[in-house]
Ligand binder design. Structure first.
Ligand code: FES
Length: 259
């Protein structure tokens, strides 16, 4: 179901209120995403990313747009948008800087990195808070700082991400140098993966709208990205000719009580 049948006209002009923010291109993108799913409501998560690629966050209008496109109640959209931390309810910066402060990274220096960045990016003696922005949101060099749960790179702790691209084995000093570069408008290359872009561009990719013609992007994304640390155990086993014991055969599966 699309906006053609479900739009609420809050302007009284026959034009959906969201049309002022989300133009025809965004509606076309939304319809392309919706068509990928047997049931339109399954496209809600990609549509919320699409909204962030336009607005830099999910506003009330953004939620209305999703509801219109999918034939959902705004309360259903809000329930999802407010559940996942990747959907921001306040305008983000040009970049999103996520510092892992989960157990391993915290012990390896992540807590200290986050505290240092809070102080470094704060103003008037006040540290920058979680999901607060240094600089005018959306302007070049602005960035939102957040602390994050495990970013799935514990072997490279402490890590942080910029727009979900990894910067591994960080120190307080390297993290400060990184955010200073971002504030100047530079885009340092992540430790691995795609080159750095900006939050809105990445949100478009997360929606599932990929830059098909960008050869540099695909070369970087498809290139080798495994870290030495990640395969160190497997490499040691290979060097020493260790092998795993064969899997036992004919082992009956335990009985499981029927639900
Ligand atoms: S604890 Fe930081 S990546 Fe896992």
């Amino acid at each position: 179901m699309t906006s053609d049948t479900t739009s609420s006209d809050t302007t009284g002009s026959g034009v959906p209120a969201t049309a002022t923010t989300f133009g025809e291109d965004t509606v076309t993108d939304a319809r392309e995403l919706i068509a990928r799913y047997p049931q339109s409501r399954s496209a809600l998560l990609p549509l919320l990313h699409l909204v962030q690629s336009v607005e830099g966050y999910v506003s009330q209008q953004g939620m209305t747009f999703c509801a219109e496109q999918l034939g959902l109640a705004e309360a259903e959209v809000a329930a999802v948008a407010t559940f996942y931390t990747m959907y921001k309810r306040k305008p983000c910066g040009e970049h999103l800087v996520s510092v892992c402060t989960n157990t391993l990274c915290a012990a390896m220096g992540g807590d200290a990195i986050y505290k240092r960045l809070q102080e470094h990016l704060g103003s008037d003696g006040a540290p920058l808070g979680h999901e607060e922005v240094a600089g005018p949101p959306g302007e070049s060099g602005s960035l939102m700082l957040e602390h994050a749960e495990c970013l799935a790179a514990c072997d490279l702790a402490p890590v942080l991400q910029v727009n979900y691209e990894y910067f591994d084995n960080q120190t307080e000093q390297s993290a400060v140098e990184l955010v200073d570069a971002l504030r100047r408008g530079d885009k340092p290359h992540p430790t691995r993966g795609a080159p750095l872009s900006d939050f809105k561009t990445v949100e478009r990719r997360l929606a599932g709208l990929l830059p098909e013609d960008d050869d540099e992007f695909w070369t970087e994304v498809d290139g080798p990205s495994q870290a030495v640390e990640t395969v160190r155990g497997a490499q040691l086993a290979a060097d020493r000719n260790w092998t795993a014991p064969p899997a036992p055969e004919d082992v009956p599966m335990p009985e499981v009580e029927a639900k």
